[in-house]
Every structure is written in structure tokens, then in C-alpha cells.
Design a protein around this ligand. Structure first.
Ligand code: FEO
Ligand code: CA
Ligand code: CA
Length: 639
């Protein structure tokens, strides 16, 4: 989400920062005093054990890439290396292929809300390819993070009414489309398809786990606290070993209209008086927190979807905790339990992991329908010595008692942020995607945090070593023992930056091509770590980001740290979401919000003038879409 760079929520005023703002003044100077010192301290004594783990796993014959790096670009098109091809499919507004109902996209954006309910949503984000016929056909399941109402309606927001709210809600959520490779190698949507489906901000969902039925989850519309309408601001995604899709509710609080005086709970979650940016409350009362204070508690969860069962109700899994969830990445312990890593994309918020109580059973989604309802949620604390601990969010333990305001486990989970504050978790620089490599290292992008070190905000710490962190970094750790370990060793995989920048703290330490604001992160079948950037539209082209061009996707070698730019997107976009066919010969990559411009957002009636990607029609408007990347010779991507 690019627009969040300036407006990004920053609501953690808990006192626990002091634990990590190393109290020894000499040490603090060392950490904050320069990039080199901070990095070397963070790695000291710790690079060796981490590197040792990686080389014993694969030695020097590990994954490599051989494509020729592409340069920085500000062109309004997608740039890929020589020998690669790009095709655009599934843009916002194209029909998903629900049988008998395939309204075409109208380039003046005059499609109705009912039509939008069977068309691809706006602002593509996390995506996964569920194979059906090897690498020749399958389902693409993808998130639609948010809407730009200036583009969604013919007259933008000059007028506002219930139909526009309904259309905006329909443009959120998830799309399931069937895709198949054609004889000429190109990919097309299969329409109609029995799998085609839209899940929107109004789709009925079930709430499960320890917070289901909790008093804080009950509303006038749902006395049970177990049924809720919809999901929105779905950012990154994850997949489970049993074949389901996890979609993550990120900055949900912006959809609510806050009361005159938000209470402490609402304030901790970033709710302010009045509309949070989306004017849904004007025509949909459930988004008015003054009237329905518990509705917001029913959002901020990880939602499990079975893409193979059109009739299956999506389930919000409260055992995984409530957060402004960026993503949910699943690993598996050696004895077969699921471990879910989750970052919360907001300034000074936390990194979580959930460990299931039970083992994954054979039998797919139905056999594992309750697996994510039982287990332990932990929050991460990164110590200055390169070690770390997972702190359990367990009711009755430590500060998580009724006397401290947590009546039961449900309340601990609904108030995960407050629980993490009390436990002394580490306040991070906007944790975004998480990926696990073939050596068992876990990586998390920390996209940026220009408030770090501000007058009223926490200063630097070992894990977040730069004040005014405009460039972001990637942290990685390895659990002691298995993925369920409660201790880990960590270091920085890279500090993003541009060596040509005059500001020393913005230069970073990337071995290879410069990058800023890492966000999307994915490990492909060969073990290459793919990094996608989200430099905000308002900051691109100026300040520290002025020489980095449009947002990009880069390949990184986990063993050597080498980084090489693979793809650059069109003007004003972010690159986010990546998946491939099992044979690695086709990548599906999402382009979100091409043409986004802060000046035009303030005059949302005017369609973007700086991009018309991908249609390039004078009467059109920029559309998020999915890129199909292949090698011209049909080879494996990256080789
Ligand atoms: Fe939705 Fe954190 O990007
Ligand atoms: Ca982002
Ligand atoms: Ca993101």
C-alpha cells in the first residue's frame, strides 16, 4: 500500500520501547551513530552461526540466477531482462468468469456494484497459483487490497452515495480465477469456470477459535459473535500444506468512523475521531464505531479460504491473533505441526508466530478444518546480542491476567497489541512479508519507518538500527531447534538503500542493485529470494528515493546475499505478490495501483494523467493487473 508511507498508522505509545532502546548511553550511541557500527554490532558473533547453518545445508552449489540485471526505469511500462516475456492478465474490472454472468469492464468505470461483484477487484496484492493440471492450468487466488475511489467511479468522489459504497466494498476482497496455458504459451482466464468466485467486504464469514463468541465480538447484527460480513484491506497472503489460502486483513481500522472520543482500546488500534479515509460509514452504519464499537474487533484477522470448494464459508482464525496483518507464511515442524509467521504493517508494531497444537492430517482442507483454531501465539523480542525470544500470548501468564485487563484468552487475542506491549515485544519498522528459505531461515521485510527516532517516538535498537529509516531493511532469523523454538538467532540480511545517496544512512549495504522499501518477499522453488518494493508515490522521485525509479522486483541469493534487479513496473505502481507454476517456468506477479499520484488523489475525480497502463487508451484509466512472466526459450525463470 503506497499511500501509507506518509499516513501510516503509528499508534504504539506503550512504554516497552525502553527495553530495546539499549539503556547504556555508550551502546546507544554506537547503535545510532553510524550504519557500519550498527550493522557490525547486530551481526557480531552471530553471522558465523547463521552462515554456518546455510552452507552446511546446500554448500556452494546453492541456487543462483543468471539473467542480466535491468536498469532503474521511470518508463510507463514493465521492464524485464533480455530473453523474458511479459503478458498482462486479470486486470481490475475484467469478469472473473462466474457462470452466466460476465459483464465486460467499462473504461469509463461505469460498471455497477452488482457487476463489480463478479469482476476482478481493485489493487491486486498477495497471490497464489493452485495447480490443477501440473503447470498447464490452475486457479489464481489473489487479494485486492484497497480501492482508489477516484478511479473506481466515473466522477470519482465528487458525489457520494450508497451505490458507490457498495461498489467499493465489492472491489475489495479476493478473486478466484481459473487460468490455462494456451498452445502458443500464453495464459488466458478460463471463462466461465466452476471455480470462479469473488469474496468481498460483504461475503458472510465464520469466526472460529478462542475469540469466537466473545462479548467483544458481539454486535447488534450478530448476537452470537461468530458470524461476520466480509474481509477488506487484504494485503499479503499465505498458503497451507493442506491446500487452503490465507488472506490477511491489514489496515482495517481506516474503514471505520471513530467516535468523538475514542477509548483506550480504539486509540491503541489507531482509531481516531471521524472517518479513517474511506467514507463507508456514511451509508453503511456498521462502520460507525460510535454506534457499533465491537464491529472493528471482528476485523484484523487471518481468514482461511478453500479455493477448491466454491460453497465453503471463509473462516476468520482468531487463534492467530488480531493485528494489522500484512501476511501469514506457513512453515512446518519436523513432527508435522503448522507454524504461521505474521507481520503487522504499522510503525512500531510487532512480528508474531503461531504454533499449532495438533499435527497436520492427511485429507486436505476438510481434515484440517480446525487445525488453526488450537495452538500458541507468540510475539518476537529481538535482543541486542543477536539472540531473540518468542513471548507467548497466553492468558494467566505474566502480565496477561484479568487484573491487567485481559479477562480471558479471547481478550488477549482481540487485544494482541496491548498484550504484546505488556510482554515487552520489539517495536519494528513496519513488518511486511515473511518468507522461509530452503535452509530454514525466516526473512521479514521492514519496509520503512521515517518516524523512528522522532521526538516522541522510540529511538533505534539493534533490530531497527536506523533513525528516519526511509529505505527499510530485511531481518532474518533461525529458530533454535525447529520452527516451534522459543529462542532464535537473528541478523540483518540487508539494509536497503542507494549507494549514490548523499545521506550516509540511506546508502544501505546491498550487495548488488540498489533498492528501497522492501515489501513483497517470496522464495521460489529453487530457493531464490524475490524482493518486491513499495516506495510510496508521495516519496518517489524525491528525497532518498529520487534515484531509484519505479518500484521493482529483485532476486536475492540467500547464500551469497547478491541482489539483482529483475523487473521494473510502470509509473506509480507497487510490485507485490508472486507465485509460480510448479515447474518454475511461469511466474505470476501483481502490479498494484499503477498511475497512483498524490496530487491526483486529492482531486480524485480526475483519472490519473501519469499512467494509462496496461490498456493505454485515451479514454481509459490505469488498472492493477497480473503479469505473466516467462522465458522466451521456455526455461525456468531466473536461470
Ligand atoms: Fe498492504 Fe503493508 O502493505
Ligand atoms: Ca507496503
Ligand atoms: Ca504490502
Amino acid at each position: 500500500m503506497a499511500k501509507d508511507f506518509e499516513q501510516m498508522e503509528d499508534s504504539n505509545r506503550s512504554a516497552n520501547a525502553s527495553i530495546h532502546e539499549v539503556s547504556d548511553p555508550a551502546r546507544r550511541r554506537l547503535l545510532g551513530g553510524g550504519l557500519g557500527l550498527g550493522v557490525s554490532l547486530g551481526l557480531g558473533g552471530l553471522l558465523a552461526p547463521l552462515a554456518g547453518c546455510s552452507t552446511t545445508a546446500t554448500g556452494s552449489s546453492g541456487p543462483r540466477f543468471s539473467f542480466k540485471s535491468v536498469p532503474v526505469s521511470t518508463a510507463d511500462r514493465v521492464i524485464v531482462p533480455e530473453g523474458y516475456t511479459v503478458q498482462v492478465i486479470a486486470p481490475w474490472g475484467d469478469p472473473v468468469g462466474v457462470s452466466g454472468d460476465s459483464p465486460a469492464f467499462k473504461f469509463d468505470a461505469s460498471n455497477s456494484a452488482a457487476e463489480q461483484e463478479v469482476q476482478l477487484g481493485m489493487h491486486h496484492d498477495g497471490i497464489h497459483f493452485f495447480s490443477q493440471d501440473g503447470s498447464k492450468s490452475g486457479l489464481l487466488v489473489m487479494n485486492h487490497e484497497y480501492t482508489d475511489d477516484g478511479l473506481l467511479h466515473p466522477d470519482g468522489m465528487k458525489t457520494w452515495n450508497a451505490a458507490k459504497v457498495r461498489k467499493a466494498q465489492a472491489a475489495h476482497g479476493i478473486s478466484v480465477v481459473e487460468v490455462a496455458q494456451q498452445a502458443d504459451g500464453r495464459w488466458e482466464l478460463v471463462r466461465p469456470s466452476p471455480w470462479a468466485r469473488r469474496i468481498t467486504a460483504n461475503t458472510p464469514m465464520q469466526i472460529s477459535g478462542p475469540a469466537a463468541g466473545h462479548a467483544l465480538m458481539k454486535t447488534a447484527a450478530d448476537a452470537s459473535g461468530r458470524r461476520v460480513l466480509g474481509t477488506f484491506n487484504n494485503c499479503a497472503s499465505g498458503i497451507t500444506p493442506w491446500g487452503t489460502y490465507l488472506t490477511c486483513e491489514e489496515n482495517f481500522i481506516n474503514y471505520f468512523r471513530g467516535p468523538e472520543q475514542p477509548d483506550a482500546h480504539q486509540t491503541r488500534w489507531g482509531m481516531k475521531k471521524g472517518d479513517g479515509g474511506y467514507r463507508w460509514a456514511e451509508f453503511d452504519e456498521r462502520f460507525d464505531a460510535a454506534k457499533h464499537p465491537n464491529e472493528a474487533n471482528r476485523h484484523g484477522w487471518v481468514v482461511e479460504i478453500d479455493p477448491y470448494d466454491f460453497s465453503a464459508t471463509p473462516v476468520k482464525r482468531t487463534a492467530l491473533g488480531r493485528a494489522a496483518h500484512e501476511g501469514a507464511t506457513v512453515a512446518q515442524t519436523r513432527d508435522g505441526r503448522a507454524v504461521v509467521y505474521m507481520g503487522e504493517d504499522a510503525r512500531f508494531e510487532y512480528i508474531y508466530k503461531f504454533v499449532s497444537r495438533d499435527k497436520i492430517r492427511p485429507g486436505g482442507a476438510k481434515a484440517n478444518a480446525e487445525l488453526l483454531d488450537h495452538g500458541t501465539l507468540y510475539v518476537a523480542r529481538f535482543e541486542a546480542d543477536g539472540r531473540g525470544r518468542w513471548l507467548p500470548l497466553r492468558h494467566g501468564q505474566g502480565p496477561l491476567t484479568a487484573a491487567q485487563g485481559f479477562a480471558d484468552q479471547g481478550e488477549v487475542l482481540i487485544k494482541s497489541r496491548q498484550a504484546s506491549d505488556a510482554l515487552g515485544a520489539t517495536k519494528m519498522d513496519r513488518p511486511e512479508w515473511i518468507a522461509v528459505d530452503q535452509q530454514g531461515f525466516v526473512y521479514c521485510t521492514l519496509t520503512n519507518n521515517s518516524n523512528r527516532g522522532g521526538a516522541k517516538q522510540p529511538g533505534v535498537d539493534a533490530a531497527n538500527p536506523r533513525a528516519n529509516n526511509t529505505m527499510g531493511h530485511i531481518i532474518r532469523w533461525k529458530e533454535d531447534g525447529d520452527f516451534d523454538g522459543e529462542r532464535f538467532a537473528w541478523n540483518h540480511f540487508l539494509l536497503a538503500g542507494d549507494p549514490s545517496n548523499e545521506r550516509a544512512e540511506a546508502q544501505g549495504n546491498v550487495k548488488g542493485d540498489a533498492l528501497g522499501c522492501p515489501d513483497g518477499l517470496w522464495v521460489d522453488g529453487r530457493g531464490i529470494l524475490w524482493i518486491q518494493t513499495d516506495m510510496s508515490t508521495s516519496a518517489m522521485g524525491k528525497g532518498d528515493l529520487k534515484n531509484l525509479g519505479n518500484n521493482a522486483m529483485l532476486a536475492a541469493d540467500p547464500l551469497t546475499g547478491e541482489v539483482r534487479r529483475f523487473l521494473v513496473g510502470p509509473v506509480g505502481c507497487e510490485i507485490t505478490g508472486a507465485t509460480s507454476t510448479p515447474d518454475g517456468r511461469t511466474f505470476f506477479i501483481n502490479v498494484q495501483h499503477p498511475g497512483e499520484s498524490p496530487s491526483e488523489r486529492s482531486d480524485p475525480a480526475a483519472p490519473s494523467k501519469n499512467s494509462n497502463w496496461p490498456d493505454f487508451r485515451p479514454d481509459g484509466r490505469p488498472r492493477s493487473a497480473t503479469l505473466v512472466i516467462r522465458k522466451a526459450d521456455g526455461g525456468v525463470i531466473g536461470t
